[in-house]
Design a protein. Structure first.
Length: 113
């Protein structure tokens, strides 16, 4: 997939491992890099269910966004780069058509205000 970033810090962390380790810590930086590699290797959002990291759609005030696990309780938050996601006749998103995403943030959204 094609990956873009809405957060410049996360883009820099993706391209500078030493900086990522300094700011995120060794374990989270390694998981961040691993998740980015997995996302880059995936052909579409349909492949996410096969990847390690418990990829899942978010609800309520984060509807339209997705998350995957980093180190507990932190999640990597991203969303499809497509603004209009194709749907089938039943209104279900056609995930195989989503081939690009934007990285939004790393957060513990269960305790964030």
């Amino acid at each position: 997939m094609i990956i873009t970033f809405t957060d410049n810090k996360l883009r820099r962390f993706a391209n500078d491992n030493k900086l990522a380790v300094k700011k995120l810590g060794l374990h989270r930086a390694k998981l961040y890099q691993r998740r980015l590699e997995d996302l880059a290797d995936a052909e579409s959002f349909a492949d996410l269910k096969e990847l390690p990291g418990r990829y899942h759609k978010l609800k309520e005030n984060r509807k339209g966004q997705w998350a995957c696990d980093l180190d507990h309780p932190y999640r990597l938050i991203f969303e499809p780069a497509l603004k209009q996601i194709p749907e089938d006749k039943n209104g279900n998103q056609i995930l195989i058509e989503i081939k690009s995403l934007e990285i939004i943030e790393i957060i513990d959204y269960h305790s964030a205000k």
